[in-house]
Design a protein around this ligand. Structure first.
Ligand code: FAD
Length: 279
């Protein structure tokens, strides 16, 4: 039988981590409980994060950046006016996680620590240059999301360390912010492939700046600079996007699994760019 603690402050959490060094952290539990039930015989201590108010806040900082507590669930992200206005890419991505019940429990911190190639918040966090604040009982450090994730389901998080906040730099003025996800059904679907896009266009529709990041088509999020370069200085025509799509298909490295073949994923990764035609 697991012993479960529900600290209400970060200081209390670190006290418990000190006295239970092997304890597992649980935020929403939507990954952890599945893992414990299906793959692991874990009878040790569980430390729940859900009552720690400090981890559940979305706050604008004096410099215009926005801090999202690691314990903020996806339904709170989708309903945040601040995030909807400043970072619609992230709120769109959050709205595709699982179904309503999952979004009420699943947190952005848990999504980052699980570091699944199919995690829906990650392509947006990569493009928005998100940084993670990692804390231990002794101190803290801040790392970029692309450095934090070191492989499929692998991160640089150390024992005794937690993610406390995700920090988004001051919002930039993007003309198009869009998240697209292809799954095997319309809701409660894990991504077969996904694409996050940020585009800045001139008044006549010429692309001035482009960022593209794919999920579920490689060991981690894949950003394809060649595809980004291929659209800069051009309008979003079918010809331009087809050329970028070909570069994207060369850049991704998908695998076969129960949801889709690698070849299908590669095709879809390129095709997702063509959806920008109706932007
Ligand atoms: C039915 C179902 C559908 C799903 N659909 C999707 C989907 O469409 N898209 C998607 O991306 N994911 C999906 N998921 C996966 C899951 O919901 C997400 O990955 C979710 O964000 C995990 O967050 P959590 O709070 O539940 O994490 P938990 O399960 O509580 O924790 C996951 C891991 O992170 C660690 N952890 C959590 N918070 C912290 C922290 N602050 N600091 C350090 N470590 C921490 C835990 O110890 C654990 O190892 C689905 C899951 C289920 C069960």
């Amino acid at each position: 039988m697991n012993q479960v603690h529900m600290p209400t402050t970060v200081a209390e959490l670190f006290g418990l981590l000190g006295s239970h060094p092997g304890a597992r952290l649980m935020a929403g539990g939507t990954d952890l409980l599945v893992a414990l039930r299906h793959t692991q015989q874990y009878t040790g201590t569980i430390l729940c994060l859900e009552r720690i108010a400090e981890l559940s806040r979305i706050e604008e900082q004096p410099d215009g950046s926005v801090s999202i507590g690691a314990g903020v669930c996806f339904s709170k992200i989708t309903s945040s006016l601040l995030l909807q206005q400043r970072y619609p890419l992230l709120t769109q991505a959050a709205s595709t996680v699982g179904g309503p019940a999952i979004r009420t429990m699943a947190t952005i911190g848990g999504n980052s620590v699980t570091a699944s190639p199919a995690a829906d918040s990650l392509p947006a966090l990569y493009l928005l240059d998100a940084r993670l604040e990692l804390r231990t009982a002794a101190g803290q450090r801040t790392v970029a999301i692309d450095a934090f994730i070191i492989g499929p389901r692998r991160t640089m998080l150390q024992p005794g360390e937690i993610i406390s906040r995700i920090i988004l730099p001051p919002a930039e003025d993007w003309t198009i912010q869009r998240f697209e996800k292809v799954g095997r059904r319309k809701s409660l679907a894990i991504a077969v492939a996904s694409l996050a896009t940020l585009l800045r266009l001139s008044a006549d529709g010429t692309v001035l700046e482009a960022r593209f990041a794919w999920g579920s088509v490689g060991p981690t999020v894949i950003r394809c600079r060649e595809a980004e370069q291929a659209v800069i200085g051009k309008r979003l025509s079918e010809e331009t996007l087809r050329a970028a799509a070909e570069l994207a298909r060369q850049a991704v490295s998908p695998i076969d699994d129960i949801r889709a073949t690698a070849e299908y994923r590669r095709t879809v990764a390129g095709n997702l760019l063509l959806r920008l035609l109706d932007s």
